[in-house]
Design a protein around this ligand. Sequence first.
Ligand code: FES
Ligand code: FES
Length: 168
Amino acid sequence: MTRITVTVDGTSYSDEVEPRMLLVHYLREGVGKTGTVIGCDTSNCGACTVHLDGRSVKSCSVLAVQADGHEVTTIEGLATDGELHPMQQAFHECHALQCGYCTPGMIMQAIDVLNENPNPSEEEIRVGLEGNLCRCTGYHNIVKAVQQVAGQGAPQSLTESITAGVQA
Ligand code: FES
Ligand code: FES
């Protein structure tokens, strides 16, 4: 067993974990962040996407020990003071989900896309989201939601919001 200390959604956790434990299992079973879901066993679907030090990663392809000393933000850390994050709000307004299983990872990846490129073209959004699979929506409304947030000039506030969420 190895002791790790990880900040998750602004709270520090220190736990003994097996060196082979995946970050997604640590988040769900060790920390109780079940908003981060598992959709495959091949690192293909993106449902498990979280931010590690502000960049998106598929948490099923990262070991928990690799997050030692780092900050993780999950879908549960995005809302602040009961206010949805702008990307969560846009997904809601644009009907960018149906079953919702892909949504936590899709939103985390969408935020990363805009943090990297505040004014992406539709093509750039689709390329940015290509590691995240959705079986329901056909992606059209997901792209619209990302475009809506980009159109609001939200990337700066996205970053602020994430930071605020982590500090809350
Ligand atoms: S659970 Fe499918 S990519 Fe992580
Ligand atoms: S909304 Fe069902 S998988 Fe995306």
